[in-house]
Design a protein around this ligand. Structure first.
Ligand SMILES: [Zn+2]
Length: 322
């Protein structure tokens, strides 16, 4: 049920709930899994909330709705799931889908299709689905899932609203915690305290998540700052550590751009590569100076919410400069 993901994938949860409230759902969503293990399960739960005439997000509330019951039994004809047949998604699979979806819904007035592994559309099969994506008929919604957004054809990406799953299953290694600690602190005691700290893993994962999210979504980070940052970094001391970790991460992105070895976050090489695709030495250097400047202000009485706004707007400024 969709409500099960309220905490774990809070950003996507809020986006979808808001679109229900405003009655402004996108006709096509591209879902980047980031190897989140429950991706398909969550997408199916979103599809169910779309199809339910009441947009109910948990079974307790929705009793008696036909659609929800049929979906739970995997028996709902207006929900179609497609995955690669062999190496590719074949044109015939999509032709069949469009044929099926050209008829009016038998139950309710909505239809949903899920294409899993959308990077496995070849040019031929992609062409057959493009028009379908481009001129959506009333009541038809698409969820396209990919593990590798860089391999999805641009013509597909540009027609969809992007949703990225947050992979918070990841645990950082003890080794990474020690490397980070030895860069931030200089006394042996403080290093030990950090490495054994209850929230150390969270601090590292969430600092990196924030940077990854900003680099993909830019100013949208302002909207999601509560669930991205504020709920994890509560007092000045935590925020200071978060900024230190962000600095180390941007330093490694700079290392990568300079063809130097990645010093600390070698486990995150894929993320670093993704970010570096849209970055250059100049804007990353500027971001590093910006974070150093703002980090110094944390010690003084700057309002911490304002600080994050300043950070996001400042980062965007670094990206705007040619
Ligand atoms: Zn229902």
């Amino acid at each position: 049920m969709f409500d099960d993901f309220k905490e774990e994938q809070s950003i996507i949860y809020k986006i979808i709930i808001n679109s229900f409230k405003k009655n402004k759902c996108s006709h096509a969503y591209l879902i980047e899994t980031n190897n989140y293990i429950k991706s398909l399960e969550m997408v199916k739960s979103i599809a169910k909330a779309f199809l339910c005439p009441f947009n109910y997000t948990n079974n307790l509330n929705c009793n008696g709705c036909n659609q929800c019951k049929l979906i739970d039994d995997d028996n709902f004809i207006e929900l179609k799931y497609i995955k690669p047949d062999g190496e590719w998604i074949k044109k015939e699979q999509l032709d069949e889908l469009q044929d099926l979806f050209s008829k009016k819904a038998v139950i309710g007035n909505k239809k949903v299709y899920i294409i899993d592994g959308v990077e496995k559309l070849n040019i031929n099969s992609a062409n057959s689905i493009l028009k379908f994506l481009e001129e959506p008929e009333e009541g038809i919604y698409a969820f396209l899932i990919t593990d590798n957004i860089n391999k999805v054809l641009n013509t597909i990406v540009s027609r969809c609203q992007l949703l990225s799953f947050k992979n918070n299953i990841k645990n950082v290694s003890d080794d990474l915690e020690s490397k980070v600690a030895s860069k931030i602190f200089n006394s042996e005691n403080k290093i030990q305290d950090f490495v054994t700290g209850e929230f150390t893993n969270n601090f590292i994962v969430n600092s990196l998540n924030f940077v990854d999210f900003y680099e993909k979504n830019h100013m949208d980070a302002l909207i999601f700052i509560d669930s991205l940052w504020n709920c994890y970094f509560k007092d000045r001391k935590d925020i200071y550590i978060g900024f230190e970790i962000m600095l180390l991460y941007y330093n490694d992105i700079l290392n990568y751009l300079l063809n130097n070895p990645i010093e600390i976050f070698s486990d995150y090489k894929k993320n670093i590569q993704d970010i570096s695709l849209n970055s250059n030495i100049m804007n990353i250097s500027k971001k590093i100076s910006l974070i150093i400047d703002l980090k110094e202000k944390i010690k003084y009485n700057i309002n911490t919410n304002l600080l994050m706004d300043k950070l996001i707007i400042g980062l965007e400024g670094c990206d705007k400069v040619e």
